[in-house]
Design a protein around this ligand. Structure first.
Ligand SMILES: [Zn+2]
Length: 301
């Protein structure tokens, strides 16, 4: 990915759900693919965060909704799975690549649910210093109409779909979803599978919380659990355990350098994650950017 394209993707992580003309163009080649996970559960890929779908006799339940210009394509992909209406969408966190479809769905009467801090952040203007970008307050129709402070459980389609908040991880409003009977988990951005992750310390995220969140997910997973990450391919317990080891290792290395008094620039020059860069540094975040993410995420509680 060249630099402008990468910056574009970074901007897209934050972009709110407005469907401006240039946005339409930007998304024109995106195809929504439905990947079967277990009977009744699918993962939809397109652009932005992976969408989870539960479809059955009670209707359609969505986890995240990517970007506004993709809503019609997402609905077309769902229509191939189910003739039932979308009833609920839960946002795993507030970032625009997971909530961009909210306004379109909200206007159609889909009930939007999220953690209290998702509501709070979407209902105010935000400014990202890291990306030097203002994120406007979301329109009313895009806001969650139900918010929760810890956990909420949906009883739909023969599943207990349990959403659990984890504190100060990728942001301060993350939840992961556990389909208990189906043994499926959607992690939101608590897991970037196969690439360097983002930890948004400006939105209340932290490295320690990101590690604790993965531990909390693994505590309810087993060897047969199918795990939908926020970004990257469908995974499992073993792959998530590898990610946990990675987070512990890289944060330990960078913490040592911080403790030794190194500045971010000095840490970047030392290339302390060189052994990971070739495999994980080809995603959204190049090695220097990821070191900045770790540095900022470790400097804060
Ligand atoms: Zn995110």
């Amino acid at each position: 990915m060249n630099i402008p394209a990468r910056l574009l993707v970074v901007a897209l992580l934050f972009a709110a759900g407005s469907a401006a003309a240039q946005d339409e163009d930007r998304f024109k080649d995106v195809k929504i693919e439905a990947i079967p996970v277990t009977p009744g559960i699918w993962m939809l890929t397109g652009q932005g965060g992976n969408i989870g779908v539960s479809a059955g006799e009670d209707g359609v339940f969505l986890i995240d909704d990517q970007f506004a210009p993709l809503t019609e394509r997402i609905k077309a992909a769902i229509a191939k799975i189910s003739d039932k209406p979308v009833r609920f969408v839960i946002n795993t966190h507030w970032h625009g690549d997971h909530t961009g479809g909210n306004e379109n769905l909200g206007k159609e009467g889909v009930v939007i649910v999220a953690h209290d801090n998702v509501y709070k952040r979407m209902n105010q203007e935000n400014f990202s210093k890291v990306f030097n970008m203002a994120i406007p307050k979301a329109p009313k129709a895009a806001l969650p109409v139900i918010s929760f402070n810890d956990t909420v459980t949906f009883h739909l389609n023969g599943q207990d779909i349990h959403a659990a908040h984890v504190e100060h991880a990728h942001t301060d409003g993350d939840s992961f979803l556990h389909f208990r009977q189906a043994n499926v988990i959607h992690t939101g951005d608590l897991w970037f599978n196969g690439m360097y992750p983002f930890i948004d310390s400006e939105s209340g995220g932290s490295v320690a919380g990101a590690i604790a969140a993965v531990e909390a997910i693994l505590a309810v997973a087993d060897a047969n659990t199918k795990i939908i990450p926020g970004h990257g391919p469908l995974g499992d317990e073993k792959a998530l355990e590898t990610y946990l080891g990675f987070l512990r290792e890289v944060s330990g290395r960078v913490q040592k350098l911080i403790d030794a008094g190194k500045s971010l620039e000095e840490i970047q020059q030392l290339k302390p994650l060189a052994d990971y860069d070739a495999t994980l540094g080809q995603g959204f975040f190049k090695p220097e950017t990821f070191l900045g993410i770790l540095y900022n995420g470790l400097k804060k509680p």
